[in-house]
Design a protein around this ligand. Structure first.
Ligand code: COA
Length: 165
């Protein structure tokens, strides 16, 4: 799904008690990894990564810690939006690679706020568009959330699988 960033997206409305900051490499790696595995395990057929694989893939170029947004409440990590400044060589396209909110913090507007914050930060870096990939049957309603913040479907990918005999 994609959204154009011609106009500044609205300011995020953070749930009470939540603060936002960017990623600090040595301090935050383990907590961000654990939150991603925990929240993504709600998706169908999610296969967990080992910490080492996650580090390798997540921190590979064009990794930019200033585009990894961490939402905290009472000193606990409660949500993440991990973005990239380009996608597939397109430097005008920002990308939201990971969006996750811990279960007790869901349905309070935190996912929407993290997205709007990410869009504004990407736009401030000159990005013209923002995109992400989502399974159409995401059981936590992610596709609805993306539409609500102004994204629309640009491409549908059909995924075929056959069990090995
Ligand atoms: C998808 C996800 C990030 C959404 O996070 P969230 O913080 O619950 O998102 P929001 O609160 O902004 O919106 C979720 C719902 O709560 C509703 N909501 C928002 N604020 C609310 C409030 N104050 N009171 C009641 N409901 C509220 C929204 O309208 C939305 O409703 P809908 O499901 O009927 O469309 C979260 O469910 C998640 O981590 N899922 C697992 C990981 C995942 O699949 N990530 C996306 C991969 S592409």
């Amino acid at each position: 799904m994609f959204a154009r960033l011609e106009r500044e997206p609205p300011e995020p409305d953070w749930p009470a008690g939540v603060s936002i900051r960017t990623f600090r490499r040595d301090d935050d790696e383990r907590a961000v990894y654990e939150l991603q595995q925990e929240t993504f395990s709600d998706q169908r057929d999610y296969v967990p990564d080992t910490f080492e694989d996650w580090l390798h893939w997540s921190l590979s170029d064009p990794f930019d810690p200033e585009l990894w947004f961490l939402a905290e409440a009472e000193d606990e990590l409660v949500g993440i939006s991990l973005c990239r400044a380009e996608w597939s060589g397109d430097a005008e396209l920002g990308w939201v690679s990971v969006l996750g909110v811990r279960r007790p913090w869901r349905r309070k507007g935190l996912g929407s706020a993290l997205l709007l914050h990410s869009f504004r930060e990407l736009r401030a870096r000159g990005k013209k568009r923002v995109g992400l990939g989502v399974a159409a049957d995401n059981p936590t309603g992610a596709a609805r959330l993306y539409e609500r913040v102004g994204m629309s479907v640009e491409r549908r990918i059909l995924w075929y699988e056959k069990a090995a005999a």
